[in-house]
Ligand binder design. Structure first.
Ligand code: NDP
Ligand code: 8X3
Length: 256
């Protein structure tokens, strides 16, 4: 039997990309997975794939991590369904636009990034960790970014949110010291998902982000999540930075 068989994992932003791939990877490892995101139909497709492959029916519920009531009722419903919680993958997140700070005419993109990537992650963490402490086992895995280690023009607010994720990860690990809850950040470089389409709202510009190079795919990041999640309980993977071989930093990409 696998080390994590029967343990329960919540994955936010599980309807697509890294979240969907990680949910599948965690389910393959033996976790009972609970999937949250705003697009219920896409969640159902991911759930169907997991059910077909593992024989386990995932918990599925619509979730906007910016809405505190939804966050709390999602976590309560998972606890009601499964009676325990062992892992939270804080993956839901996005970048909106590449405008320079002085050119951004209104604050709605800033609000959406900060509310999702930072406040949503905080509210999910606050709702989940007490159940982990109570159950004697827990792990919070945050999806950060290399944008949380290196800022770039056009990314002031997105980078700020990912710097914040790293600060929260490190502070949380100290706050939970002595309790049976591990804290990890997985920080990817370029991954070919819907991320660039959501950010740029233009398919040609989104495709250009990955042109002439080989980006990561969501499954590459899911491998890192699954590795961190399946270490023995006394092993805390603090951080994994994972980039394409064709990338040496933000904006430092080899294209052919
Ligand atoms: P996708 O756009 O493919 O997936 C983003 C996911 O987040 C979707 O499932 C979306 O679901 C969900 N989401 C967005 N807003 C909310 C919300 N308010 N509440 C709940 N779920 C939400 O992109 P990725 O898979 O690439 O992104 C996942 C994470 O990885 C993000 O945190 C991103 O910042 C990070 N990342 C991505 C990189 C990349 O190059 N792709 C590199 C480094 C980090 P729905 O729309 O259904 O709500
Ligand atoms: C996404 C990676 O480099 O586009 O977090 O900001 S990057």
């Amino acid at each position: 039997m696998s080390r994590v068989e029967g343990q329960v994992a919540i994955i936010t932003g599980a309807s697509n990309g890294i979240g969907a791939a990680s949910a599948i990877a965690l389910a393959r490892e033996g976790f009972q997975v609970a999937l949250g995101a705003r697009r219920a139909e896409k969640l159902s497709e991911v759930a169907a794939q997991i059910l077909a492959e593992t024989g386990k029916r995932p918990f599925v519920m619509e979730l906007d991590v910016r809405q505190e009531e939804q966050v709390n009722s999602f976590v309560a419903a998972v606890i009601e369904a499964h009676g325990r919680l062992d892992l939270l993958l804080n993956n839901a997140g996005l970048a909106k636009g590449v405008a320079h700070v002085i050119d951004e005419e209104e604050a709605s993109n800033w609000d959406q990034m900060i509310d999702t990537n930072v406040k949503g992650l905080l509210m999910m963490t606050r709702a989940c960790v007490p159940h982990m402490v109570q159950g004697g086992n827990g792990h919070v895995i945050n999806i950060g970014s290399i944008a949380g280690r290196e800022a770039y023009a056009g990314g002031a607010v997105y980078c700020a949110t990912k710097f914040a994720v790293r600060a929260i990860t490190d502070a949380l690990r100290q706050e939970l010291l002595g309790l049976p809850v591990r804290v990890t950040t997985v920080d990817p470089g370029l991954v070919n998902t819907e991320f660039s389409m959501v950010r740029l709202e233009d398919q040609q510009r989104a495709d250009a982000v990955y042109a002439g190079m080989t980006p990561l795919v969501a499954e590459d990041v899911a491998d890192c999540v699954a590795f961190a999640a399946t270490r023995p309980k006394h092993v805390n993977i603090d951080a994994i930075i994972v980039k394409p071989t064709d990338q040496a930093g933000a904006g430092k990409v080899a294209r052919r």
